[in-house]
Design a protein. Sequence first.
Length: 159
Amino acid sequence: MKSEILKLLAKNARYSVSDLAKMTSLEQAQVEALIKELEEEGLIKGYKAVVDWDKLEDAYVSAIVELKVVPKADLGFEEVAERIASYKEVESVYLMSGVYDLNVVVKGKTLQDVANFVSKELAPIDSVTSTATHFVMRRYKELDVAFFKKEDDRGQFLL
């Protein structure tokens, strides 16, 4: 039942306890207890809105930064990943298989802000041997939410 509640909340964190109870055939008290347990166990890390930042005047720029890293003895990638994750500009950090080691999603007000952050903060870290920055041009889907334009009943695209 835990995984069912998690899947529903991942799809829409605004479901009420009443909604979740109906969808899972549980009592509301059971749903409340399950959610509390999931939070205490650290399975639920937080609740967030998926925002279409491009629709705001003060939108931000995102970039995916590929980092090659030399892991520290006995610590692996943990130390450098924690350090990178601590920056306010960093949205996500992932350990990757393949050509590079860490995938870092960075945000800033402008392309130059992101470029400066990468060159002045990420690249100089001792363990980092190289970076490759890819700026996000448009978001089509994020966290299972689509950002596609919709057509109205006359076939016209709505913004």
